[in-house]
Write a protein that binds this ligand. Structure first.
Ligand SMILES: *Cc1c(COP(=O)(O)O)cnc(C)c1O
Length: 408
């Protein structure tokens, strides 16, 4: 992988016409260590957030020994780069053949379920393979309520009273049992984890079984740009959120249990930025060489405002407008699909034009893991970048909404 000090250097030297992912291994390691230092339990990286070999490898080489996986593709991806890593198979609804593969071939011994029929599926295979249920930890996934960019409580999780029954059922079969929840991705309400812990407490008290662990899932928010259009509680930083989580864990009496978290986004978001090129400017519209079917689907569906930095092409001698005037541009993606238009504008100097580049920051999560080959576009070029996105020079202004507020 070619290395550059900054994404600007990469753009100006490579003059790329295709999108370029700028990987920052140091940032990835720092963010992982930061999380692990704050979370009082095992940190299981959620592979679906960004399952690239370089990401898994960098994490595995730097102290991440546990991975949250959901499919045969993810089992294989982890095994390939981290043969000794522990895998937690936390998908609550699994194919029979995948359960068998997990137990038999990959030696996975931690699974999740949110329904009695799923417990029955798992148990059939456990019996067929003559595995001692006592060697398996079965987490019962609890439904949670809260606000996140992505709500998952409507899709997965047992209601509290149902979870009580499931815990008792799994315990009777002989499994080690735990409670898990996943509050959704990019939580937008600081009370989210407390509400989930309160529900877990209720369930534990009624189930009357010995718990082998509590898994608080993912959802920890990455720092994007504030979106003034969206009303809601101001989110505290990760440090504050974590200190509250630690307190709540103790307060609800879970402090003595083995704890697990499954962070994805918060660990990998800042580890990548993306260089895109303006294929054409049409008034206040920019047509770029990436879009919602490639790296930008998360910012589209999650209505996430990403930071963008203008990298003007120095070969362009004539410019119109004032470089200090930062204005919103509607951003259209590369495909011929009419929905391929970002839901949030990019704020850029009004001088931006056809042929310029834009570095989109904090794009490591749910970006390249969600890209499709739709319309024949498939960004797959990677470079390594040494400095953080924030450290990059900003002579043209970091094109964020903040730049627009007076007094800054
Ligand atoms: C997606 C997912 C995660 C990771 O969520 P983030 O919001 O990226 O931290 C963790 N656990 C489960 C079960 C998931 O489905």
């Amino acid at each position: 992988m070619q290395r550059f000090a900054t994404a600007r250097d990469a753009a100006l030297q490579l003059r790329p016409d295709e999108p370029v992912y700028c990987f920052r291994p140091k940032v990835l390691v720092e963010e992982a260590h930061n999380f692990m230092a704050m979370f009082p339990g095992e940190t299981a990286y959620a592979v679906k957030t960004n399952g690239e070999n370089i990401v898994l490898e960098t994490l595995a080489r730097n102290g991440v020994h546990t991975f949250d996986v959901a499919s045969p593709g993810e089992f294989a991806a982890v095994r390939r780069v981290a043969p000794d890593a522990q895998m937690l198979y936390m998908h609550p609804i699994k194919a029979q053949s995948d359960i068998r593969l997990a137990l038999e071939t990959y030696g996975i011994r931690v699974l999740a379920a949110d329904h009695e029929d799923e417990i029955a599926k798992i148990t059939r295979i456990v019996r067929a393979l003559d595995i001692d249920p006592g060697s398996i930890t079965l987490y019962i996934r609890l439904q949670t309520k809260g606000h996140a960019a992505y709500e998952l409580s409507k899709k997965f999780g047992a209601a509290p009273a149902h979870a009580v029954e499931l815990l008792q059922r799994a315990d009777r079969i002989g499994y080690r049992v735990g409670i898990c929840f996943h509050v959704g991705s990019q939580i937008e309400d600081p009370d989210t984890y407390e509400r989930a812990l309160r529900a877990a407490d209720w369930v534990r008290n009624r189930a009357g079984v010995t718990l082998a662990g509590l898994d608080v899932g993912g959802g920890f928010p990455a720092e994007y740009r504030p979106d003034p259009k969206r009303k809601g509680t101001e989110m505290p930083g990760l440090g504050q959120l974590m200190s509250r989580l630690r307190n709540d864990i103790d307060e609800y009496g879970f402090g003595d249990l083995p704890l697990v978290a499954e962070p994805g986004r918060v660990i990998v978001a800042k580890a990548f930025s993306l260089i895109v090129r303006v294929l054409l400017r049409k008034g206040k519209r920019l047509y770029i060489n990436d879009g919602i079917w490639a790296s930008l689907s998360d910012s589209w569906t999650g209505k996430i405002t990403l930071p963008a930095r203008f990298i003007p092409d120095p070969a362009k001698k004539i410019r119109h407008g004032n470089a200090d005037n930062v204005v919103p541009f509607r951003v259209c993606g590369a495909t011929c699909d009419s929905v391929d238009i970002l839901s949030r504008p990019f704020w850029l100097p009004e001088t931006v034009d056809t042929g310029d580049w834009i570095e989109i920051g904090n794009i490591g999560a749910y970006s390249l893991s969600l890209r499709t080959r739709f319309n024949g576009f498939y960004p797959d070029t990677f470079v390594e970048v040494e400095t953080t996105f924030e450290a990059g020079e900003t002579p043209e202004g970091l094109a964020s909404l903040e730049t627009m507020s007076p007094g800054e």
